[in-house]
Design a protein around this ligand. Structure first.
Ligand SMILES: Nc1nc2c(ncn2[C@@H]2O[C@H](COP(=O)(O)OP(=O)(O)OP(=O)(O)O)[C@@H](O)[C@H]2O)c(=O)[nH]1
Ligand SMILES: [Mg+2]
Length: 388
C-alpha cells in the first residue's frame, strides 16, 4: 500500500487532518507536542468508478465514488533546530522512512509561532514554515550521511565500486535508489574525496528533493486571511487550501447521522432535525466549501497520489465479459499503479506466481489481447491470462 507521511511544526493540524482522513481516534489539542508516538491509519484516494461507464452494477463504490486505500502516518511536530535536539529532536522522522511522499501541514492562518504556540492570526508568516521544514529535513539527511562519511570515502577510494552505489547502500533504509544518489552527486559536481561539509549539505538537500516529494496543505484555511492563502498558492509546490477541522466536523456529523456527506464531495445534505446553532455552523461550513470546492482534505490526498506521485487506477478482472473475479464480484479491485506500468508488470503486482506464469493480457473493454509491454492507462480494465 502507498504510504504518505504528514509532517510539519507542532499545532499545525496534522492530527486533525489524520483523524479527518482516517476517522481513527487520536489526540488533538491546541498546544504543541500533543502527538508523540506516530499514528498510523488507512485513508483513501477517491476516483470515479468505471462501473457506470461499463454499464455494470458494482458493490465496491458509493454511487460511483470509488475509494482506494492508502496508508497515512501522523508524526510529532518538528521545531526549528530539531536536528540539534530541540523539541523532540528529529529522530521521529525515522517514522517517515517508508513514506513515498509527504503532506506538509502548514498553519496557513499564521496563528501559531515557529514552535507551535498560539499567536494572533497572521502574526506568523506561513512561508517561513515551508522553508524551515526543508531545512530540518536537509539537516536530518546531512547528519545521517555525516555519521559515516569519512569511512565511506575511504571505502570508495579503496574498492572499485562506484561512489553512488556505496552511498545508496548506506542510505538504504531511507529508500533512496541509486539513480537519485547518482543525480544528486552529479549536481554537487565534486569527487567524493573533495566534498566539504557545505557540499555535503547541498548533497543532502538534493537527495531530499528527489526522495521526499512534498505537497503543501495550507491548513486552517477557514480562518486564514485570503492574502496569506494567495501567497502560499504562489509557491512552486502543489499547494492545496485545506480545513482539516471542517472536514472532521463533517465526518463526525455524517457518522452521527446528522448529514449525508461523502469524502471529497463539495456539498452535504442535512438529514436530521437540527437546532438553530447547528444549522448556522453548517451554513458557515457550506459557505467555506463553496468557496474552496470542498474542504481540501480529499484533494490533498488525491493530488499527492495522482499528480505528484503519478499513480493511475487499473481494474484487474478474471472475466473480461462480466468484469468480475472468479466468484462473480464485479470490479472487485481498483489498484493504484505507477504510470508506465506494463501489462506484464501488473501481473507481478497482483501475485508473483501470476507474473511468473504470465501468458498474455486482455483489455476487457475491447476484448482484445494487448502486448506484454503495453503501458497501462488510467481506468484500464485488464484480464491477466496466466497458467498459474
Ligand atoms: N480553525 C482551524 N483549526 C484547526 C484546523 N486544523 C486543526 N486545528 C486546530 O489546531 C490545533 C492543533 O491541532 P492538532 O491536529 O492537534 O495539531 P498537530 O499538528 O497534530 O499538533 P502536534 O501533535 O502538537 O504536533 C487544534 O486546536 C485544532 O482544533 C483547521 O483546519 N482550522
Ligand atoms: Mg498531532
Amino acid at each position: 500500500m502507498i504510504e504518505i507521511g504528514l509532517a510539519g511544526k507542532p499545532n499545525a493540524g496534522k492530527s486533525t487532518f489524520f483523524k479527518a482522513a482516517t476517522l481513527a481516534e487520536v489526540e488533538i489539542a491546541s498546544y504543541p507536542f500533543t502527538t508523540i508516538q506516530p499514528n498510523v491509519g488507512v485513508a483513501y484516494v477517491r476516483s470515479q468508478c468505471v462501473c457506470k461507464e461499463l454499464g455494470v452494477e458494482c458493490k465496491e463504490c458509493v454511487d460511483g465514488r470509488r475509494y482506494i486505500p492508502i496508508k497515512l502516518i501522523d508524526v510529532a511536530g518538528l521545531v526549528p533546530e530539531a536536528h540539534k535536539g530541540r523539541g523532540l529532536g528529529n529522530e521521529f522522522l525515522d517514522n517517515l522512512r517508508q513514506s513515498e511522499a509527504i503532506i506538509h501541514v502548514v498553519d496557513a492562518s499564521g496563528s501559531t509561532d515557529a514552535e507551535g504556540n498560539e499567536v494572533g492570526i497572521g502574526e506568523r508568516d506561513p512561508i517561513e514554515d515551508v522553508k524551515f521544514l526543508y531545512h530540518e529535513l536537509d539537516m536530518w539527511v546531512f547528519n545521517i550521511l555525516k555519521r559515516n562519511w569519512a569511512r565511506l570515502v575511504r571505502r570508495i577510494s579503496m574498492e572499485k565500486i562506484p561512489a553512488y552505489r556505496l552511498i545508496a547502500e548506506q542510505l538504504g533504509g531511507l529508500g533512496f535508489d541509486e539513480i537519485q544518489v547518482k543525480e544528486s552527486l552529479r549536481t554537487v559536481g565534486k569527487e567524493v574525496e573533495k566534498i566539504s561539509d557545505d557540499d555535503l549539505l547541498a548533497f543532502a538537500s538534493e537527495l531530499r528533493k528527489r526522495r521526499m516529494k512534498m505537497l503543501i496543505a495550507a491548513n486552517k484555511a477557514d480562518k486564514a486571511p485570503d492574502e496569506l492563502i494567495k501567497r502560499m498558492l504562489n509557491l512552486e509546490e502543489i499547494v492545496v487550501p485545506v480545513s482539516a477541522e471542517v472536514e472532521l466536523t463533517l465526518r463526525m456529523a455524517s457518522k452521527n447521522g446528522y448529514i449525508r456527506y461523502y469524502l471529497g464531495d463539495r456539498d452535504f445534505e442535512i438529514i436530521k432535525e437540527l437546532n438553530e446553532k447547528q444549522l448556522k455552523a453548517l451554513e458557515l461550513i457550506r459557505r467555506f466549501m463553496r468557496k474552496n470546492n470542498g474542504t481540501g482534505v480529499q484533494e490533498a490526498l488525491n493530488r499527492i497520489v495522482f499528480d505528484l506521485l503519478d499513480y493511475i487506477v487499473v481494474y484487474p478482472v478474471e472475466d473480461e465479459n462480466k468484469f468480475t473475479d472468479t466468484k462473480g464480484n464485479v470490479l472487485p479491485d481498483a489498484l493504484l499503479v505507477k504510470k508506465g506500468t506494463t501489462a506484464k508488470e501488473l501481473a507481478f503486482l497482483i501475485h508473483t506466481d501470476i507474473g511468473k506464469n504470465f501468458i498474455h493480457a486482455i483489455d476487457a473493454r475491447k476484448k482484445m489481447r494487448i502486448a506484454d509491454d503495453y503501458e497501462l492507462k488510467n481506468n484500464d480494465v485488464i484480464k491477466i491470462v496466466s497458467s498459474a
